[in-house]
Design a protein around this ligand. Structure first.
Ligand code: APR
Length: 237
């Protein structure tokens, strides 16, 4: 059985990582996720965009995978599991998932915004959130940026192709912790549904996918995922 998971920021929420559209408290309460994660935002004020991602990079060192990530990893004992994630954190990998496709990139890779060369140098320290930090400079004079996909940028080909294959060859797709509003990732469940592949949504809130999903569960990732496989017969009939 092939099981494909499409995850968003909500699966990491119970690890203490704020989602993109939760109202953030403190420093970034006023930050618009569309603005801070856009090529225009980077062009206009790279030091603010760099500070936001650098803080999230460091935040990840203090958080652990939760029971939602661990359940997805445990499913690998029963099925061929592919994880398509919009998340730039590494919590699926740290929980033990072996096939993880980051369609919006990763907080743990950095590259030059001019020569595109991978950056392996030192990162500035960031003991607490600050609004602006100057990004390191590349030898070519470009600025070092996080290897994440910003609005208006193309998704990584390899991750995207593997994600389309994983969704269209699945026996079941589980969509968890995503607002299902950012395309093209939000279009993946529709590909499965169009082929008659069952789609289960796990989200405490309704989303634009909720009506179309085969089953839509108003539950959290850490609450619903650990027992989900056992519930499939009753859920899918
Ligand atoms: N369990 C499951 N879902 C949860 C939980 C939880 N404990 N807590 C919150 N959620 C849900 C919210 O209801 C919301 O629908 O997770 C979703 C998070 O939505 P977003 O913050 O929009 O995150 P995401 O869907 O991953 O955003 C998609 O948008 O900002 C860009 O590139 C960024 O990858 C991101 C993309």
């Amino acid at each position: 059985m092939q099981l494909t998971v499409l995850s968003g920021a909500g699966i990491s929420a119970e690890s203490g990582v704020p989602t993109f559209r939760d109202v953030e408290t403190g420093l970034w309460a006023k930050v618009d996720p569309y603005e801070i994660s856009s090529a225009e935002g980077w062009r206009d004020h790279p030091e603010k965009v760099w500070a936001w991602y650098l803080w999230r990079h460091y935040l990840m060192q203090n958080v652990e995978p939760n029971n939602g990530h661990r359940a997805v990893a445990a499913w690998q004992d029963y099925a061929e599991v592919h994880v398509v994630t919009q998340n730039v954190d590494d919590l699926h990998e740290r929980a033990g998932s072996r096939r993880v496709y980051h369609v919006h990139g990763s907080l743990f890779q950095f590259r030059c915004d001019r020569c595109e060369g991978e950056y392996r140098g030192e990162l500035p320290a960031m003991p607490e959130p600050v609004e602006a930090v100057s990004p390191p400079e590349c030898e070519c004079g470009g600025l070092v940026r996080p290897n994440v996909v910003w609005f208006g940028e193309a998704l990584p080909d390899d991750a995207w192709q593997k994600s389309v294959d994983a969704v269209t060859h699945a026996d079941l797709v589980v969509v968890v912790g995503t607002s299902s509003i950012v395309y093209p990732a939000a279009g993946l469940p529709e590909l499965a549904l169009a082929q008659g592949i069952p789609v289960i949504e796990v989200n405490p809130e309704r989303t634009p996918l909720s009506d179309a999903a085969t089953v839509s569960m108003r539950e959290t990732a850490a609450g619903a995922l650990p027992g989900l496989l056992q519930r499939l017969p009753s859920l899918l009939g």
